[in-house]
Design a protein around this ligand. Structure first.
Ligand SMILES: [Zn+2]
Length: 300
């Protein structure tokens, strides 16, 4: 089901409303500016921007908000100080208050995604090198990480690769061919020293976005690093460079990025859990980078 309150859908409408609506008093205008500020801050953080074309569209709402707010502040002095108490004003204020409470709640949920100290964390090296990488799913909360309902994959991350224009693909038009994606067939490196505990590499890769062809199983490699299993999914068929029981060192090439299993476009899924208790997920942090949540990019 489509989540109709996702900023993805509501942000353009709220932006249009913000442009057209001129509150009738200084008080209402202040509330309007404050709630819109909160809303666009949240929308900017939550929308998976490369899905729309370029990552750099991330500047769209903040720029629009600043521009429109400057125009609104210019007229601020001409507005009356007192709000006339009419039925319409009361309805409007109640609606704004509900929106404000909803926004404060969602902002709180978003901030809580950075609170990692209640869970076990494990530091790893980036499994990808030689480019700019984009965190599409990541964090300890469902609003930035759809994996968050799962057990072992509770704190999993989905990583894409973008170019300096913020695009996922070589060409602007994204079609069914996985070869168009910058990350496709990129080398995956062991993110820690350990022992290989599982390798699957016989699954056929499928086209982009073709959900009907999804296979249940992904090509995957799992490494046991000091009792923490790091599992990487959606690898390319017949590209595993390691076998079960092999010992690997951090930074060792182990396979190539593909589009196998439950994956709508080539990317890397990486998750960590306790070896002896696979339902117990651990948070993964890259050495030298801040905690990865949606819309973080890093160069490695
Ligand atoms: Zn994933």
């Amino acid at each position: 089901m489509i989540y109709i309150f996702h900023p993805y859908f509501t942000a353009p409408l709220i932006l249009l409303f913000y442009i057209l609506h001129n509150p009738s008093s200084k008080f209402l205008q202040t509330i309007s500016i404050f709630t819109s500020f909160l809303y666009f801050l949240l929308a900017t953080a939550l929308i998976p921007w490369p899905d729309f074309g370029s990552y750099w569209l991330i500047t769209l709402y903040p720029t629009a908000f600043i521009f429109i707010t400057i125009l609104k502040i210019k007229n601020f002095r001409n507005l009356p100080s007192h709000t006339k108490i009419s039925i319409l004003n009361i309805i409007f204020l109640v609606l704004k208050s509900i929106l404000l409470l909803f926004l404060i709640n969602e902002t709180g949920r978003y901030i809580s995604t950075f609170k990692t100290n209640q869970h076990q964390t494990f530091r790893i090296d980036s499994p990808l090198k030689g480019g700019i990488f984009y965190i599409h799913q990541g964090g300890t909360n469902q609003i930035t990480n759809y994996h968050n309902s799962g057990y072992s994959s509770k704190f999993a991350m989905d990583i894409d690769k973008i170019n300096i224009f913020g695009l996922l693909t070589h060409r602007f038009n994204k079609n069914e061919n996985p070869n168009n994606y910058l990350i496709f067939r990129d080398t995956v490196y062991a993110p820690c020293c350990g022992k290989i505990v599982s390798v699957v590499d016989s699954i056929k890769d499928h086209g982009v976005g073709s959900k009907n062809n999804f296979s249940v199983y992904s090509n995957q490699i799992a490494i046991d690093c000091e009792g923490i299993v790091i599992k990487m999914l959606h690898l390319h068929k017949k590209t595993a460079m390691v076998s079960v029981f092999d010992t690997v060192y951090s930074g060792q090439p182990i396979g190539l990025i593909g589009n196998s299993g439950f994956s709508s476009r080539p990317h890397l899924h990486i998750e960590g859990f306790i070896s002896e208790s696979p339902n117990h997920a651990v948070i993964l942090k890259f050495k030298g980078f801040p905690y990865p949540v949606r819309n973080m990019i890093y160069k490695n």
